[in-house]
Design a protein around this ligand. Structure first.
Ligand SMILES: N#Cc1c(-c2ccc3ccn(Cc4ccc(CN5CCOCC5)cc4)c3c2)n[nH]c1N
Length: 243
């Protein structure tokens, strides 16, 4: 997978070259290029923003600069990317989104700042037949798109074959079966007077699986009843319903 990121703060994306993601890049599973949007300005001030038409707070990012940057970065590779534009007004980014994008050959993230990017940049890209996803990572307000890109790239790249040491981790992700995962434990058996649940030390794999499922149902009901309500009928078996 090739990943391009366009931003006015390239340094913000440095963590993408650390740890698991850094190893995925080193292993050739991911090609990452981070581009400074100001490279496509032509004025001495390298201006990337201007006042919003119609008034209102803040500034809006100029379409000309973004158009030139996108055209140039798109041309760097023959593969057509999904263009991803983080925005507070976007569709929710979910595990399903990450799974969908994990199948893409190329992703191109456009990081806005200020009050966002002139809408015509997205409209022009879509008008040229390019897939553009305007997405939000959550119902809170950030200062720009870079933090969202760090989140989304990590969620996607971890799903790529060969990235996670134990592929079962991704298969047993929270949300992958529609439920939150339950509590996890490791040694010692007792720590500060708190013991590991006995069933986990029983060796009875059926009982362990049932216990884990019950804890996942319990936690989901307590913390995310919306996820439970969204489960399809077939997702809960008889034992689940008895819980
Ligand atoms: N993903 C994601 C995000 C983002 C995100 C993503 C990208 C950009 C680019 C600029 N910003 C700042 C910004 C803040 C607020 C607003 C709304 N304005 C409307 C008019 O009144 C003032 C406020 C717009 C832009 C961004 C924020 N925030 N939260 C998420 N989950």
């Amino acid at each position: 997978m090739r990943i391009d990121v366009i931003t006015i703060f390239p340094g913000y994306l440095a963590p993408l070259r650390e740890a698991l993601l850094g190893r995925a890049i080193a292993a050739g599973l991911v090609d990452l290029d981070v581009h400074d949007l100001r490279d496509w300005t032509h004025d001495v001030h390298q201006a990337v923003d201007d006042a919003p038409y119609g008034g209102g707070p803040g500034m809006v990012m100029r379409p000309q600069v973004w158009g030139e940057a996108l055209d140039a970065v798109l041309a760097r590779d023959a593969r057509t990317p999904r263009i991803v534009v983080p925005t507070p007004a976007g569709r929710p980014f979910t595990q399903a989104t990450a799974q969908e994008w994990a199948g893409a050959e190329r992703l191109l993230f456009a990081c806005g700042r200020y009050e966002g990017i002139d809408q015509r940049v997205v409209d022009d890209a879509r008008g040229r037949g390019l897939p553009v996803d305007e997405v939000s990572i959550g119902d809170y307000v950030l200062v720009g798109g870079e933090a969202a890109v760090l989140v989304m790239v990590e969620a996607v790249v971890r799903l790529l074959p060969g990235v996670l040491g134990n592929p079962a981790s991704a298969e047993q992700d929270s949300f992958s079966d529609g439920l939150l995962e339950g509590p996890a434990y490791t040694r010692p058996e007792t720590w500060r007077g708190l013991a590991v649940p006995e069933v986990l030390r029983s060796g009875n794999h059926a009982a362990i699986a049932r216990w884990r499922r019950d804890r996942a149902l319990e936690r989901t009901a307590q913390r995310r009843p919306d996820l439970l309500a969204a489960l399809p009928e077939r997702a809960l078996d008889k034992a689940d319903r008895a819980f």
